[in-house]
Design a protein around this ligand. Sequence first.
Ligand code: SF4
Length: 399
Amino acid sequence: MKIINRRQFIYCSALILSTPVLSLAVGSSDDKKDDISGQDDIRGKIFKGDAPDKPSKWSHEGFLYTKLNDRKVVCGICPHRCVLSPGDRSACRSKANIDGILYSLSYGNPCSINIDPVEKKPLFHFKPQTKSFSLAAAGCNFRCLNCQNWEISQAKPGEVRQSELFPEDVVIAALKSGSESISCTYSEPISYFEYMIDIARLAKEKGLSTLWISNGYINKEPLIELCRYIDGANVNLKSFSDKIYKKLNGGRLEPVLNTFKILNDKGIHFEMTNLVVPGYVDDPEMVKRMCEWILNNLGPDHPLHFLRFFPQYKLDRLPPTPVSTLENFRSLAMKEGIRYAYVGNVPNHEGMNTFCHNCKKLLIERKGYLVPVYNLAGNRCKFCNTVIPGVWENRKIKT
Ligand code: SF4
């Protein structure tokens, strides 16, 4: 494990600006060796007796937890509600009970730092063509069989190469990089909630946006607190079946739906991502039910991205999603009434472009992460003057 200090980080920051990706992930987790693909519920388990002996400088007391008898603690951040005896490590791998106190173990200790176009999140209706300072710390509260970042999400802090970057350092580095936003992304930010919320608080003070890229598996109380500071989110809606959530992701559907409702109530700009995994998440009837629920509970304005799956991690023998399936789902969603449905992970596909929901003319053309055509004037369609939902400048716009 290599730790870099602040000076080394500044050097790295300069490199970041000239290099598209600086990923600090190295090793691999033993988890890849455990074949859990045949199980009906792959929820992560607590790691008994696996806590560090004492807190480190990257340990931070948990944001929300309850102390029980015998120095046990229960974490209140996500629906797993891990009950940890002294010496235990959480299911998300990044929390531990050390002598009766719940600690987050990766505070100020990210394992991946990049500067990405905001479109990569994907966020298509949030300050297009701006840079987002993106980071992750190790850990995740899900166990998705298809995880594309499993080397860091299914790793414990310390199993991956990390840097030292406390929240104030993140904000300074983000400002220096010319980013408009900071994205907590790649692994699962819920597993480093304490770090994320402190970054978001400081970022807000400095006029930077914070973006939350997540599986949405979080309890109401921490989410409401988080909503005070974030400006946008992309939340995965991995399927519309509780059975598939258990089998494919190790979570449940209902808490994720509650997350969408809270984000909607709080007026946070969010977009939804559905990765279309062949054989798991490619049933048109399920997509239809999903769209109906979105329309009834969230309205037509939140962009919905159907992403192409590529074989990886424990599903490395599945074929990629046929492009025609993504096209059909996009058409289905738009026919149901979702105004902005997209195809993703298919370079330069027409389904990546934005068309005005009123006059249907091309508003934004996307080529990779570039935008050769941009036909919005402020928050309005240049052709018919319709307000387009999103955050196009520094304001949240609702139709
Ligand atoms: S955030 Fe981590 S420690 Fe807390 S309940 Fe969820 S999985 Fe357990």
